[in-house]
Write a protein that binds this ligand. Sequence first.
Ligand SMILES: C[S@@+](CC[C@H](N)C(=O)[O-])C[C@H]1O[C@@H](n2cnc3c(N)ncnc32)[C@H](O)[C@@H]1O
Length: 264
Amino acid sequence: MKVHVIPLFPDLVRQGLSEGVVSRAFNEGKANLDLVNPRDFAEDKHQTVDDKPFGGADGMLMMSGPLEKALSSIEEPGEIVYLSPRGDRWDHETCVKWAASKPAVTLICGRYAGVDQRFLERHKVREVSIGDYVLSGGELPALVLVDSLVRQLPGVLGNEQSAIHDSFSGGLLEAPQFTRPREDVWGWVVPEVLTNGNHQKIEEFKLHMSVLYTLRNRPDLLSESKPIPVVKALKYGLGLSDVELKSCGLRRTWLKDKYEQYKD
Ligand SMILES: C[S@@+](CC[C@H](N)C(=O)[O-])C[C@H]1O[C@@H](n2cnc3c(N)ncnc32)[C@H](O)[C@@H]1O
């Protein structure tokens, strides 16, 4: 995938992609990163890229001129996106779909109060939001899109980091995970089933826990996906010992209440 980013602060984007698996993916050529600064296309000696909005609104707006030139310097822009709080909310489903189908994306980062609307309309730009809050610029949202897209590309995550158990992958949140020691100095234990090497039982634990975590944290996801064995998961949870439940952050009273609610 070719990733073009049009930011006024390219160093923010460059630095944000300079560590970890995503950085390695770029270094190994699994994705290409191209940063184009609209300021390089400004025409006056002060390299002006913004001006006052018509209608007397507050703040400044990015002018279309430098943005137009920055965009036309890109040979194959692919899907053109303006990061914007007004946009469609970025989510796992869209991310996976784009990673599999878009050979190139161009991400336009706004600053100030935003961008001249005519530029967005002329290029049928798709507006994408990373959440219902307002940031000072589109560079951080662009990093969110790039990171989430690139980690979905083939070969970017090794087996040891496979995304199949990641939250949202099967419509559920990820199950709790534990590492050594089996019992820590505070006396908290790892659930027995995870330590005995029985892979079928381990998968069973993960599935039931995913259902329980989703039920507790994001019940909205359960109604959206295929029928989920909630009652089975609640029964499974009730079968765990108190110390195991404590390590998983689940309360027996909550499991009982939910069981009563769902059993019919
Ligand atoms: C201060 S914001 C402008 C917000 C704009 N006046 C509005 O109310 O929609 C500056 C830039 O940050 C980016 N931005 C801020 N919040 C964002 C969000 N939640 N998702 C995506 N981009 C965002 C956009 O590129 C935006 O142009």
